[in-house]
Design a protein around this ligand. Structure first.
Ligand SMILES: [Zn+2]
Length: 284
């Protein structure tokens, strides 16, 4: 009888590289501007499908560069809920580039009044950003069948799903050193343990851990950067010793090389070193 270990696998989670997203968007743009914009926003914000489908224009602040994640499309009840999964509203930053693109898109495609059913029969005066021509939320199944799947296949990303955009966002953040708690807040996770599934991607953070555990890595010439910094500090405080080092090094300098000055030495120290160095040159 063995001990059953609880395992967390990430096998079903695929995330795209930046090059893959660029390729995907290139093919998507040929399909439709809406699909390209969906992928652009999806990979830059990590929003869930329901949050993308329920994203109202008034929640996109292109001046302050932030999206307020509030309303979300709920596939079970077929309506817009006034809060996302876990009932936690959150803000997600967007780049100036994406904000400009959204402004431009909205200018050219004036949004229709929101035609989605809102929970509690609330009348919506807003507009959905990523909507059908009629102003209804994007239908996941239709979107996959008519656009996403074939575009993904042509881009060499067959089998990829819209949820991969969220994994992609999380993996980029973790790989570039964003902390688990930051990523957790951005994704709107209720608990850090959910975010921990991305921890194995934290290359940048592991490098930091290796530094702490193993001490500073030696520089190529065998001296640690700490040792060099300490030597410079000592020599800068003691011009006499700096002069001696400068003199010793001078033997290996080209005839017209500039004299070595102490980092914080005054003019007198500098003159002494120049004097020392030139004497060695003339006698050597
Ligand atoms: Zn609405």
């Amino acid at each position: 009888m063995g001990i059953k270990l609880e395992t967390v696998t990430a096998d079903d989670e695929y995330f795209m590289t930046r090059a893959e997203v660029a390729r995907f968007r290139g093919v998507a743009a040929e399909d439709s501007e809406l699909l390209d914009l969906l992928i652009d926003i999806g990979t830059e914000t990590g929003l869930r499908w329901g949050e993308l489908a329920g994203l109202h224009l008034q929640r996109v602040d292109t001046k302050r560069l932030v999206i307020q994640v509030q309303e979300a499309w709920d596939k079970h009840s077929n309506e817009i809920k006034p809060y996302p999964k876990g009932r936690r509203r959150r803000g997600v930053p967007i780049t100036r580039r994406l904000a400009g693109r959204i402004d431009d898109y909205v200018k050219r495609n004036p949004p229709k009044r929101c035609r989605a059913r809102h929970r509690g029969g609330r009348r919506c005066t807003g507009a959905l950003l990523l909507a059908s021509k009629a102003g209804t939320p994007l239908n996941y199944g239709n979107m996959r069948r008519r656009h996403w799947d074939s575009v993904a296949e042509r881009a060499g990303l067959a089998g990829g799903t819209p949820h991969d955009m969220r994994h992609t966002y999380a993996s980029w953040l973790i790989q570039d050193g964003a902390g688990i708690e930051t990523v957790s807040a951005l994704l709107g996770h209720k608990s850090w343990t959910t975010t921990m599934r991305y921890a194995h991607l934290a290359d940048a953070r592991w490098a930091k851990v290796r530094d702490i555990i193993g001490g500073p890595e030696p520089t190529p010439d065998g001296l640690s950067s700490d040792a060099i910094a300490e030597a410079v500090r000592v020599l800068a405080a003691e011009p006499e010793r700096w002069a001696a080092v400068a003199a010793a090094l001078d033997g290996g300098l080209a005839p017209n090389a500039a004299p070595i000055l102490p980092p914080s030495g005054d003019a007198a120290d500098g003159a002494k070193i120049i004097d020392l160095a030139s004497r060695r040159r003339s006698t050597g």
